[in-house]
Structures are given as structure tokens and as C-alpha cells.
Design a protein around this ligand. Structure first.
Ligand code: ATP
Ligand code: MG
Length: 143
């Protein structure tokens, strides 16, 4: 457990297109996560490819970049005690058919690819991913 951790979260194009932004942000807040930075953007192919570079050898990489650039996304920094693990818990499993009831992916994901949200998976990736989207002065002190 670590106090006041930050994590990078993305509401993906499928959920933005279905007008589910508010419902998903509520899930974060209900779990005690605090939104300390937030912006809507339409990722370019270059940005999506760089962001998911770790998956570039995977068979679904092309599909993933195409999906992530198919419409606007909402990118946010979430803060709270154990925020990285807590966010992953609220998100649910990558494959929505395996996501627990009440999780975001259980309620909003369409498939293993179009799965509503992204969340950082470890402290080092959280740091890199936050810096990919936000300057330090764009993140607000809330706690
Ligand atoms: P994310 O990194 O988006 O938070 P994750 O950590 O749960 O998701 P990863 O294994 O990092 O899952 O995969 C990154 C993303 O790639 C998934 O969220 C999904 O959009 C896509 N993806 C993963 N596996 C598949 C697959 N088998 N087919 C299609 N797309 C996939
Ligand atoms: Mg991941």
C-alpha cells in the first residue's frame, strides 16, 4: 500500500461515444479516487502508437491503435491511497466477460479490445504515462 499515489486513466473512444463519461468518472469518485487533472483529446496515430508501444509486437497492436484513434478520449490523473491498484480494481479485467459485476468493464466494455478504460499497471508506468499527457503544473493539488 502506498499513500497518495497517482495513476493515469483514459476513458476510451467506445465509452466516450456512448456518452458514458459521467457514469465512469462517478465510479472513480465512489471508490475514493480524486480527479486531479482531466482533458479531452483525439489521439493521433503517433500518440496512440507511442502510448501503447509496449504492445507493438502483439497481433492486436494495429487494431488497438486504430480503435484508440477512432474518436475522442478523456484522459485523467487519479489520486488516492493505493490509486494504481484501486483503479485497476474499479476497472475490472481486460476481458469484460471476466470482469467482476459492478466494475467499469463489466458494465461498459464491449469486447476485450473495446473495453472502455485504460489504467496504469505499476508505479513506473504510471509516472511515464502521466508525463506523456500532462505537465506537472496541469495537475492540481487536491489532497
Ligand atoms: P489497458 O492497458 O488499456 O489498461 P489492460 O492493462 O487491462 O488494459 P493490456 O494487456 O495492457 O490490458 O492490453 C492493452 C489493451 O490492448 C487492452 O485494454 C485492450 O484494449 C487491447 N487488447 C488486449 N488484449 C487484446 C486482444 N486479445 N484483442 C484485442 N485487443 C486487445
Ligand atoms: Mg495495460
Amino acid at each position: 500500500m502506498s499513500a497518495n499515489q497517482r495513476t493515469l486513466s483514459i476513458i476510451k473512444p467506445d465509452a466516450v461515444a456512448c456518452n458514458e463519461i459521467g457514469a465512469i468518472l462517478s465510479k472513480f469518485e465512489e471508490a475514493g479516487l480524486v480527479i486531479v487533472a482531466c482533458k479531452m483529446m483525439h489521439l493521433t496515430e503517433k500518440q496512440a502508437g507511442e502510448f501503447y508501444a509496449v504492445h507493438k509486437e502483439r497481433p492486436f497492436f494495429g487494431e488497438l491503435v486504430e480503435f484508440m484513434t477512432s474518436g475522442p478520449v478523456l484522459v485523467q490523473v487519479l489520486e488516492g491511497v493505493d490509486a494504481i491498484a484501486k483503479n485497476r480494481e474499479v476497472m475490472g479485467a481486460t476481458d469484460p466477460s471476466k470482469a467482476e459485476k459492478g466494475t467499469i468493464r463489466n458494465e461498459f466494455a464491449k469486447s476485450v479490445g473495446e473495453n472502455a478504460v485504460h489504467g496504469s499497471d505499476a508505479p513506473d508506468t504510471a509516472k511515464t504515462e502521466i508525463a506523456f499527457f500532462f505537465k506537472e503544473n496541469e495537475i492540481c493539488e487536491r489532497t
